[in-house]
Design a protein around this ligand. Structure first.
Ligand code: SDX
Length: 428
């Protein structure tokens, strides 16, 4: 029970309304507004600027300080000391695994990477030039057709096997969508490779020549997976929770998350950053300034992609780690003077000195540098958001599991109605 309360006085109401106030372990206190319905009132918060939709123990963000914790661990420390599979275990089950738990979990993921052979037929229904995100949306939604054996979401073991299947099969389906795009045969996953290595192998290996895993790429890929794994109640995670609240199966819920992630304001931004850097073309001062001015012009729809964030009013801590990884990978590849990296760094420097961005606390976000690394690794731009989705699947399914494991209600927001009041159909 709450030991604190908020008192709301509303003109026209006889007496003030008392609403409970709760405190979490960190972050803003929350006012429980559920009692407003009985008073004939709704809250109004388009875009959910100040709305907490649930209780969660998975990820904490302090946007003012630029802090991101996963199960209490700072993302910077996880990026340096952990790996994506260990982080996945922790996000899903709540604690870092023991050595034995890690070995078991890693082996279960490794041995679920293959997809049903018939799933390959789904791809043939798409045009060859279909965006891989459209293929991913469709194929992942179709997974439910193959796994009826464990779809009772009321059972923890069924939720767990669905989570393992999704974590394991997303890289396989992602790589298949790329291979389909370029007209090359699909690669089967290999159980002798780790998560990131396997993804790179399935993406780039072909039957005509041996493919050697570049350890720099594998380490960078695993780091990118870790940095995109989860981020509290963002648009796509909220979509997964809303879909899950109807009792829909986990594959359908993840497919809804993929759809929401695709937008350029969300996960589609990494692809949009590279397209923007292409459009900018060179790092000359006046050219970059021209794009900065466009971003500030309210009559111009152009925004600086990879900049700004709903929650961060400081540097996105993931962007800092991503920038370091970017420097490492490009230096390793002898691409330290990559022209797009030069444009990105110049753009960041000029923007961060510009009053418009300073006043609005607009900083680079996770998407600003990720695309440059992915491109340097030979990954096509249209696969960037797909890789984001592969990583974010663990976040989505962890939030889904957290909700379904407890008691929950179907999500059903209301509205402020501004349409016609009742009127009669015109008489004949
Ligand atoms: C992700 O939520 C998450 O956690 C998402 C994510 C995750 O891990 O799940 O972090 C991943 O989606 C990162 C964000 C990727 N998107 C982009 O990089 C696209 C570019 N950014 C913007 O579209 C925007 O910053 C958003 C969508 C990210 C945030 O939008 P908000 O919170 O609704 O902020 P806003 O649009 O109200 O902006 C406030 C002001 C506005 O100007 P004014 O009306 O005050 O004059 O800042 C301006 C905006 O016009 N602004 C920008 C800008 N971002 C905001 N101006 C120019 N360029 C930008 N990028």
């Amino acid at each position: 029970m709450a030991d604190r309360k908020a008192t709301l006085t509303v003109d026209g109401l006889e007496k003030p309304i008392e609403l409970p106030v709760y405190s979490g372990t960190a972050g803003p206190d929350v006012i429980d507004v559920r009692g407003l319905g009985a008073e004939g009132l709704f809250t109004f918060d388009p875009g959910f600027m100040a709305t907490s939709s649930c209780e969660s123990a998975i990820t904490y963000i302090d946007g003012g300080k630029g802090v991101l914790l996963h199960r209490g661990y700072p993302i910077e420390q996880l990026a340096e000391h952990s790996n994506f599979v260990e982080m996945s275990y922790m996000l899903l089950f709540g604690e870092l695994p023991t050595e034995a738990q890690y070995k078991d979990f890693e082996a279960r993921v490794r041995t679920h990477t293959m997809v049903h052979e018939q799933l390959a037929n789904f791809f043939k229904g798409f045009r060859r030039d279909a965006h891989p995100m459209s293929i991913l949306c469709g194929v992942v939604g179709g997974l439910a057709a193959f796994y009826h054996d464990h779809l009772d979401i009321t059972k923890q073991e069924d939720r767990e096997i669905s989570a393992i299947r999704l974590i394991a099969k997303m890289p396989t389906i992602a790589a298949m969508s790329h291979k389909y795009n370029i007209g090359q045969p699909f690669n089967y996953p290999r159980n002798d490779l780790n998560y990131a290595e396997n993804f790179l192998y399935m993406m780039f290996s072909n039957p005509c020549e041996p493919y050697e895993i570049n350890p720099v790429y594998a380490k960078a890929m695993d780091r990118i997976f870790m940095l995109h794994a989860d981020h509290e109640q963002n648009a796509s995670t909220s979509t997964v929770r809303l879909a899950g609240s109807t009792g829909a199966n986990p594959f359908a819920c993840i497919s809804s998350g993929i759809a929401a992630l695709w937008g350029p304001a969300h996960g589609g931004a990494n692809e949009a950053v590279l397209n923007m850097l292409d459009e900018i073309g060179d790092d000359s001062e006046d050219n970059i300034q021209r794009f900065i001015d466009r971003a500030k012009d309210k009559d111009d729809p152009f925004k600086l992609m990879g900049f700004g964030h709903r929650v961060y009013r400081n540097f996105d801590p993931r962007a800092k780690v991503m920038k370091e990884t970017c420097d490492e990978v490009l230096a390793e590849l002898g691409l330290g003077d990559d022209p797009q990296l030069k444009i990105a760094k110049r753009l960041e420097q000029i923007a961060l000195e510009d009053e418009y961005f300073i006043e609005r606390k607009l900083y680079p976000n996770v998407d600003f540098y990720s695309g440059i690394i992915l491109k340097a690794m030979g990954i096509p731009t249209n696969m960037f958001t797909v890789i984001f989705a592969v990583s974010r699947t663990i976040g989505w399914i962890s939030h889904w599991n957290e909700m379904i494991s407890e008691s929950y209600k179907i999500g059903r927001p209301r509205q402020m109605y501004i349409g016609h009041t009742q009127r009669d159909y015109p008489a004949e």
